[in-house]
Design a protein around this ligand. Sequence first.
Ligand code: DX5
Ligand code: ZN
Length: 214
Amino acid sequence: MLIAPSLLSCDFSKFGEEIRRMDLAGADYMHLDVMDGHFVPNITFGAPVIKYVRSFTDKPFDVHLMISEPLRYIDDFCDAGADIITFHVESDSDVNETIDKIHSRNVKAGVVLKPKTPAEAVFDCLDKVEMVLVMTVEPGFGGQSFMADMLPKIKAIKDEITRRGLDVIIEADGGIGEGNIALCAEAGVDVAVAGTAVFKAENPAEVIKKLQNN
Ligand code: DX5
Ligand code: ZN
């Protein structure tokens, strides 16, 4: 299992050093949660901040856009150094247009599903993306409880990817830790986002290693 620490749980007064700390702790990706206070009831940071911390690691920047108009900002996040950009199918942007825009910048594209959105919502674009991100909490905040009722949805998407022989990875995001990572692996998760579980740990490297061994 690949592990993508969510920097939403980090000490933002030391954002760059926190990214370096996660790199040294063995993180596979850096999960960067962008929120606009409109699509979700919280505001975090935008492309200028990501640009400033890009140089703190060579690990992939996995940018999760929880914003209403992702298409409008794709160039900014690509210029800032995003390696993967995921956006919500529930946003106001056209899904195919946004995927094409991300690919036009040679950046990997992913679509995200809120808990209430069914697996079928991504079946039409499954052959166009590199990643599907399944939210296992309501987007907007770290530290929430894992929604185990999302596991059948993850499995349904995994089965569809397998049935069609597609090369798409599944990322799960929200409330993931040692107590539920095995369930995520069993359901077909390839990359797990972990914010609180990693940043609140005494020894993040130890937690990342344990999570990776699933
Ligand atoms: C929530 C974010 C998640 C969150 C994960 O909207 O997309 O990435 O930060 O944090 P934990 O692991 O604490 O739920
Ligand atoms: Zn996220």
